[in-house]
Design a protein around this ligand. Structure first.
Ligand SMILES: NC(=O)c1ccc[n+]([C@@H]2O[C@H](COP(=O)([O-])OP(=O)(O)OC[C@H]3O[C@@H](n4cnc5c(N)ncnc54)[C@H](OP(=O)(O)O)[C@@H]3O)[C@@H](O)[C@H]2O)c1
Length: 279
């Protein structure tokens, strides 16, 4: 029987790439998306697709039911991928903005995973793949909401991994650095929706943020295509005992190492510089 995988956020970027490539490799892929128009696009491209909006519990429940109906109650892997970045200085982030960021990037993932875990327990195997980020272990200025949501994903995944020891269900975090996707274009929408640019003490810097988010193509060196993440997903799916963490891109390897060896004061200097340079 084909191995099956449920993926969130397949309308673009990493989710889109991984869904197509895994189907080509013979996996049964449930390529979900938040919007119906994206589902229609994925269906037209030959993928199995239906809606899953991480902000909506009933949508998550319906998607899980749909998956299990189609797959005879089995699911080999879950790729928690759908998320977005909300840029902005911490002091400009309202409670509402932080909640919105966590609804998608964290609570949706938790709810979905908790619905899938009993299935994996019953079949006595599974892979939970978390698309975290370099920003899941390295903080940068103006990334507070996103940093907090990805740090949350990391802590939750570490706990889950301990709780699943011996169950033959593996939790793996992928930590990509810059990947060429629609991430910046989507971050721009969130930025304009939640940050009061005109009345902020950071107004001048926000003009640079807007400039960066509006740019087409890579804005930082060492940006890789989504296929770089795909490689790690395949590795996790095909390895008998996948690792807890997979770095993707040179900056992730570099900051992963620096975080282990440098004192906080020195690391802060580097992260502040890297963050401000790419504001
Ligand atoms: N690109 C990078 O540099 C980078 C680096 C590290 C980690 N990541 C992580 O990679 C993952 C994928 O991002 P990407 O780079 O591929 O960006 P992307 O092209 O913007 O894709 C993000 C996907 O998430 C979906 N999404 C947003 N809100 C959702 C919701 N409420 N329910 C379900 N899906 C939702 C989007 O759907 P819509 O089209 O409907 O908005 C889109 O399909 C994210 O977890 C991100 O944090 C990206």
């Amino acid at each position: 029987m084909k191995k099956s995988i449920l993926i969130t956020g397949c309308s673009s970027g990493i989710g889109y790439c991984v869904a197509h490539e895994l189907q080509t490799r013979g996996y049964r892929v449930f390529a979900t998306a938040r919007r119906q128009e994206s589902v229609d696009m994925l269906l037209a491209e030959g993928l199995e697709s239906f809606q899953l909006d991480l902000n909506d519990s009933s949508s998550i429940q319906r998607a899980v039911e749909e998956t299990l109906n189609r797959s005879n109650g089995q699911l080999y892997a879950l790729f928690n991928n759908g998320a977005y970045g909300l840029p902005g200085a911490v002091e400009d982030l309202s409670r509402e903005a932080m909640r919105a960021q966590f609804e998608t990037n964290f609570f949706g993932w938790v709810e979905l995973t908790n619905l899938i875990l009993p299935v994996m327990r019953k079949q006595e195997q599974g892979r939970i793949i978390q698309n975290s980020s370099i920003l899941g272990f390295a903080a940068m200025p103006f990334r507070g909401a996103y940093n907090a949501s990805k740090f949350a994903v990391e802590g939750w995944s570490d706990t889950l991994r301990l709780e699943l020891r011996g169950s033959n269900i593996f939790v793996s975090l992928i930590e990509p650095g810059p990947i060429a996707t629609k991430f910046r274009a989507n971050a721009m929408k969130a930025f304009e929706r939640y940050i009061d640019i005109e009345h902020s003490i950071h107004r001048e810097k926000y003009l640079i943020v807007q400039d960066r988010l509006n740019k087409q193509g890579p804005t930082v060196p060492f940006t890789l295509p989504p296929e770089a993440v795909l490689k790690k997903v395949i590795c996790i799916l095909e390895s008998r005992t996948p690792d807890a963490r997979y770095y993707v891109t040179f900056p992730t390897h570099m900051f992963g190492l620096l975080k282990r060896i440098l004192p906080v004061s020195v690391l802060d200097k580097l992260l502040a510089k890297a963050g401000h340079k790419h504001q």
